[in-house]
Design a binder for this molecule. Structure first.
Ligand code: NOJ
Length: 750
């Protein structure tokens, strides 16, 4: 949703940009006439070889000397994975002082959810439903990374994921297009800064596109998304990020409907450049250009180099294809130098916007001081707190009453696993700076904590838990930290079984049998299938790998110093066999109608039918927890939800009011969510789609009248005629605390 004032400002800002570019073209990355002039001036002095050099990105390997000569000759435009500020300065010095044209280097790194201070994994960031908090986290990451010379991060990952088997679900915002788009904007603003300066780090939106729809949830696998699915579900977060000013974009590894993304001119040229006007830098994924040969999309490297350039790629990450073949291809006339000039313009534009020409070096001493700054750790703690999702809390077992509790047993393989709580892609996070739940609980409850790990790691198989059970009997309450280590999610780390692995479920069962109150904390990179574990705990707190300050954040939640406010950014399944199950599915012709499960019916001999609707005989039609769900220690009630009108024109805005009351004993935050259903369309429409959310803090007992406005244009979609528009007709709207509750309010679009 866009508030009126904000959209007015946006329109004004684009009008100003239009003027400043002079040529009538709006630069999506914020370039102006002066910058464009400088680009042309540099370009006019470059040889073909120097241009191609700018298009070459290599990974730093060990010694600077090993590639100093290539830098000197202008054969490298960007280096990834060099984070030592002294070495970065040395690389820049060679480029700026010893290469013919003195073009500085773009130093890149996967700073995915924090640099040294690690924040929750992106799926956890999405669970906060708090874009301002997420922007702040990205800003912290940018301040720390830029201080060491990293001015380009390969983040945010905007791949919609409807399959938790896919390990990279950890790296994105989950299954919803709207939530993903809001998180995308927040991260772009955070990394690049609202006002560009020397702490700005260029964002790289990835992986373009459809990568999260890998068949079977197996990484790198093919996708088969129709153009309508791409346009309605997968592309909008990228478009939102482009509109927010994202300076770079990465192509994906997958082939969609037979076309590898790195050679896909439809998405890279027609959509990204021509429709959205993107004038930033397009980089391949690691060797994804070369891999087009493995896909069988080209005969050899030279062939795929020409295809990638034609599709709109500007920079080659680690195929060494441009540097090896482009010159030949130009000489033979297979590729035009004009295409190369355009790519180089896009690269120089980012370097100029980052101010690298003016200021290529970092202050090594100062760079140390900002890492793990107290304000950064504080922000990481607040974010980890906001990202935990309370899924069960019987009889208010949480928060623990510190006055009443005398002995606490802490157990489980994730209780004291500093590296694992950082999650996937935390190259620069250090375990010595990480505070585990065990350490934090010992500090919060001095002298009251016993620790018996039970399992050393999640995969361990164990028959008996006598030591843990004996300790549980001596305690008032047990807190079991289970889940999966960082290595079990992330790139290439996919699973075909999503139950707690090893003997973790058996551990919970044994603890339950001790008769003591059991609190389970699940730390994981994905929504695991925890249905069988729910009966074995009184409370369950789900913490997507929470980062450096995960321990203190969880201790604060457990003790009631903080109140849970996270919501599921993805549907939690009962069993992996339900994949794909997501809240915004289309309606079948035979919707589920409360049929019974196989286990609840007595089959008669010769029975041939159990009904004809869409569900699984053994696991039903509902997930374990719906999208947008999460409990609090306090309670929230919605009343009087209404719209200002019952019919709207396409240029109107829906004005929604609702009274939200905090009905419990704790101050807390609720994520108010607005869903819409378009009842009849030229093509079938999802049963619900999130169109707005806002995290609202209320004091215990407080009630507040809230109002939101959603432009009717937000209801537009790509219909049968292949155009995006709002189709007139009947709609329903829900205002609720998750995607499965609330009373529908009807309205019309005329
Ligand atoms: C491969 C991954 O797919 C991508 O996300 C990452 O940014 C690059 N490698 C660089 O490390």
């Amino acid at each position: 949703m866009r508030i009126t004032v904000k959209s007015t400002l946006l329109i004004l800002a684009s009008a100003l940009m239009l003027q400043s570019c002079g040529g009538g073209q709006v630069s999506t990355v914020g370039s102006d006439q002066e910058t464009e002039k400088r680009i042309e001036s540099i370009l006019s002095r470059m040889t073909l070889a120097e241009k191609i050099g700018q298009m070459n990105q290599v990974s730093a390997g060990g010694d600077v000397a090993s590639y100093a000569e290539a830098l000197r000759k202008g054969q490298i435009g960007s280096v990834l994975n060099e984070v030592d500020p002294e070495k970065v300065n040395e690389l820049q010095r060679i480029c700026v002082e010893e290469s013919r044209l003195g073009i500085p280097l773009l130093v890149a790194r996967d700073v995915i959810h924090g640099f040294h201070t690690v924040f929750p994994i992106p799926l956890g960031l999405a669970a906060t439903f708090d874009p301002a908090l997420v922007e702040q986290g990205a800003r912290v990451a940018a301040v720390e990374a830029s201080a060491q010379g990293v001015r380009w991060t390969f983040s945010p990952m905007l791949d919609i994921a409807r399959d938790p088997r896919w390990g990279r679900i950890a790296e994105g915002s989950g299954e919803d297009t709207y939530l993903d788009a809001r998180m995308a904007e927040a991260m772009v603003h955070g990394y690049q800064g609202r006002t560009p300066d020397s702490t700005s780090v260029a964002a790289c939106i990835k992986h373009f596109v459809g990568y999260g729809a890998a068949e079977g949830g197996r990484d790198y696998n093919s996708t088969f998304l129709t153009e309508r699915q791409l346009r309605n579900i997968y592309l909008p977060p990228f478009e939102a990020a482009v509109r927010a000013g994202a300076q770079t974009l990465m192509t994906s590894f997958n082939d969609n409907d037979g076309v590898p993304s790195t050679g896909n001119a439809f998405v890279l040229r027609d959509v990204l450049r021509d429709e959205w006007g993107f004038d930033g830098l397009v980089v391949t994924d690691w060797n994804s250009m070369g891999e087009m040969v493995s896909h069988g999309f080209g005969t050899d490297r030279k062939d795929v180099v020409a295809k990638a350039l034609a599709a709109g790629v500007d920079m080659d990450m680690m195929t060494f294809g441009f540097i090896s073949h482009l010159e030949d291809l130009v000489r033979s006339g297979a590729v035009s130098e004009k295409a190369i000039d355009n790519a180089v313009r896009n690269i120089l534009r980012v370097k100029l916007l980052l101010g690298l020409f003016e200021n290529p070096y970092v202050d090594v001493e100062a760079s140390r001081a900002v890492q793990y700054a107290p304000a950064h750790l504080e922000a990481a703690c607040r974010t980890a707190e906001a990202s935990a999702v309370l899924l069960k809390n019987d009889n208010g077992v949480l928060p623990l009453d510190s006055g009443e509790v005398r002995r606490i047993l802490v157990t489980g393989p994730l209780a004291d696993a500093p590296h694992d709580q950082l999650g996937t892609w935390s190259f620069d996070g250090e375990k010595d700076h990480t505070v585990t739940p065990l350490a934090a609980l010992r500090e919060r409850f001095p002298g009251k904590v016993d620790y018996v790990p039970g399992l050393r790691y999640s995969r361990e198989e164990r028959e008996r838990f006598d030591d843990v059970v004996a300790a549980a009997r001596r305690a008032d309450v047990v807190i079991a930290f289970v889940g999966e280590e960082a290595i079990l999610s992330g790139e290439a780390h996919c699973l075909s079984n999503l139950d707690l692995i090893g003997s973790q479920s058996a551990l919970l069962k044994a603890l339950r049998a001790s008769g003591k109150r059991v609190v389970a904390v699940v730390m994981a990179g994905r929504p695991l299938t925890i249905e069988r574990d729910l009966p074995n705990c009184d409370a369950l707190l789900y913490s997507f790998h929470p980062g450096t300050m995960g321990g203190p954040a969880l201790a604060r939640l457990i003790s009631g110093d903080a109140v849970p406010s996270g919501k599921t950014p993805v549907t939690f399944l009962r069993t992996v066999g339900q994949v794909p199950m997501y809240y915004n599915h289309n309606m079948t012709g035979r919707p589920y109608n409360n049929e019974r499960l196989l286990k609840d019916i007595e089959l008669e001999a010769g029975q041939t039918s159990l009904g004809n609707t869409s569900y699984y005989l053994d696991s039903g039609a509902a997930p374990l927890f719906p999208f947008g769900f999460g409990l609090s220690y306090t309670g929230f009630a919605y009343s009087g939800a209404r719209l200002d009108k019952d019919a709207y024109s396409p240029s109107d805005s829906l004005s929604i009011s609702v009274t939200l009351s905090n009905t419990g004993k704790y101050d807390g935050a609720e994520v108010v969510q607005v869903y819409v259903r378009d009842l009849v369309g030229s093509v079938t429409r999802p049963v619900k789609e999130l169109k707005y959310f806002e995290k609202v803090w209320l004091k215990a007992g407080e009630s507040r009248e809230l109002s939101f406005s959603i432009p009717v244009s937000e209801l537009a979609f790509w219909g049968l005629d292949g155009r995006k528009k709002v189709e007139a007709g009947d709609f329903l709207l829900w205002v609720a605390g998750d995607s499965a509750t609330g009373e529908p309010i009807p309205f019309k679009v005329l």
